[in-house]
Write a protein that binds this ligand. Structure first.
Ligand code: CTP
Length: 244
């Protein structure tokens, strides 16, 4: 997944008056589970908020010459594959209302490009990635934790298709990597992180709109409570607009 900020006049004006404490939502799930689609749908429904999207993938470490020479032995699915410190710095900056220059990762060369993308502070930060719920430090910063639950066979089929068409791989290599690294790491790190989720979205068909609506309503309600608290610091906020 790539980083982007969906822009619109409403978003630009919302960004100018962004809150100091943004709402951070973490979206985890196995490879090719549909995390990016879930995030897209959440963002589309938050038109009046300023929203930025972050992918844990942007924080992959660049491979060294030695790693590249031994590519078949490199495990991209374990926590050590990510520059967690940089991800934490990024989240801390955005939480504090500062911008952050996020690396641009290339899945074909397995390295960071020389460019970065500037992510501006926003009311809502959506962070997606296979291990975002596994990483305790990152998890602690989240205001809402989501796990996208998609059958393994569906995910493998999508992964093969995507890696061949988008990431420049061949079918045999994808299946070998999946068996050797992706599946064991899923069993060890990703699947157990499901228990940390506030919301688990069944996503086999890829159209659980009820779940998306519930999540976005919750975010809207929380941001509204925050506004009211800023105006009336001692006010007890009783939500009245949360409809199921
Ligand atoms: N990966 C890879 N080569 C790299 C870096 C990462 O093959 N150089 C793979 C890892 O094996 C890992 C996967 O990329 O399993 C993580 O991306 P994934 O979660 O599949 O992509 P998203 O688009 O974020 O997920 P989704 O399809 O759920 O939206």
């Amino acid at each position: 997944a790539a980083w982007w900020a969906l822009d619109s006049p409403a978003r630009r004006s919302a960004r100018r008056s962004h809150r100091s404490e943004p709402f951070l939502i973490g979206v985890a799930g196995g490879t090719a589970s549909g995390k990016t689609t879930v995030c897209d749908l959440i963002i589309q429904r938050l038109q009046e908020q300023s929203v930025v999207m972050l992918a844990q993938d942007s924080f992959y470490k660049s491979l060294t010459e030695a790693d590249l020479a031994n590519l078949g032995e490199y495990n991209f699915d374990v926590p050590e594959a990510f520059d967690s410190q940089l991800l934490m710095e990024c989240l801390a900056a955005l939480k504090a209302g500062h911008h952050f220059d996020v690396p641009v990762y290339n899945f074909t060369t397995h390295s960071r490009s020389s460019e970065t993308l500037r992510v501006m502070p926003a009311d809502v930060i959506v962070l997606e990635g296979i291990l975002v719920l596994h990483m305790g430090e990152v998890r602690q910063l989240m205001n809402m934790k989501v796990y996208v639950d998609t059958d393994d066979d569906v995910r493998l089929a999508r992964r093969i298709q995507r890696d061949v068409t988008v990431r420049g791989r061949d079918v045999g290599g994808v299946i070998e990597q999946y068996t050797k690294f992706v599946k064991p790491a899923f069993d060890q790190y990703v699947a157990p992180s499901r228990k940390f989720a506030d919301v688990v979205i069944p996503w086999a068909r890829g159209d659980n709109i009820v779940a998306i609506d519930l999540i976005t309503e919750h975010i809207r309600m929380k941001l509204q409570q925050h506004d009211l608290r800023r105006i009336y610091p001692n006010l007890e906020v009783i939500p009245t607009n949360f409809q199921v």
